[in-house]
Write a protein that binds this ligand. Structure first.
Ligand SMILES: O=C(CO)[C@H](O)[C@H](O)COP(=O)(O)O
Length: 195
């Protein structure tokens, strides 16, 4: 809540990351939305099963976007899309760990997913991986969805993600790990606006 307060002037979406939502649950979604009704709240559930059942309460609590793993069964993805549509919200399909990212992105988009997330997770980042090539591949498909990118994005790389077609750029450590998260968010925002 304190971090959100600091960075809110510079961002469009406030993400509750996966460890954070597991620890805090629905009450944090409600509190964050109440404090920031003008922001979208992304709840990074990384749903793997029971899509509609798991996502619905998070949309009802004020979440605007929840994530579902592209590695899950397409029925799970479809369930999150259904829950999102019932709540005037959005389903983001996270391609983290997916072998055939193009096939999953195409099918999810065809099924009505609102956002496709190109994502190099923290453990893959530690092994030296980045999301940039995958981002170009997915935006290059020209699907009728927004493309989000996440995975170690910082001030040196954020403009290239916008130029590669990312509609949503997720920044974690480069904001929350900065000496001044607000200053970092402000700088990143300016770079995005100038890209
Ligand atoms: O979803 C996540 C990890 O699974 C993170 O939110 C995402 O990777 C963004 O954080 P960072 O910019 O530090 O990579």
């Amino acid at each position: 809540m304190a971090l959100a307060e600091q960075v809110a002037p510079y961002v469009d979406i406030l993400e509750i990351g996966t460890p954070c939502i597991k620890y805090n649950g629905l009450k944090l979604v409600k509190a964050l939305k109440a404090a920031h009704p003008d922001k979208k709240i992304l709840v990074d559930l990384k749903t793997m099963d029971a899509g509609e059942y798991e996502a619905s309460p998070f949309f009802e609590a004020g979440g605007d976007i929840t994530t579902v793993l592209g590695a899950s069964d397409m029925a799970t993805i479809n369930g999150v899309i259904k829950a999102a549509n019932a709540n005037n919200a959005e389903a983001q399909v996270d391609l983290i760990g997916v072998e055939d990212k193009v096939a999953v992105a195409k099918e999810a988009a065809q099924n009505g997913a609102h956002i496709i997330g190109v994502h190099t997770g923290l453990d893959a980042q530690a092994a030296g991986q980045t999301p940039f090539e995958d981002l170009k591949t997915i935006t290059g498909l020209g699907l009728n969805v927004k493309v989000s990118v996440a995975g170690g994005i910082n001030k040196d790389t954020i403009q290239s993600t916008v130029q590669a077609g990312a509609a949503i750029v997720v920044v974690g450590a480069a904001i929350y790990g900065a000496p001044s998260p607000a200053e970092s968010a402000k700088e990143l925002r300016a770079l995005v606006d100038a890209a």
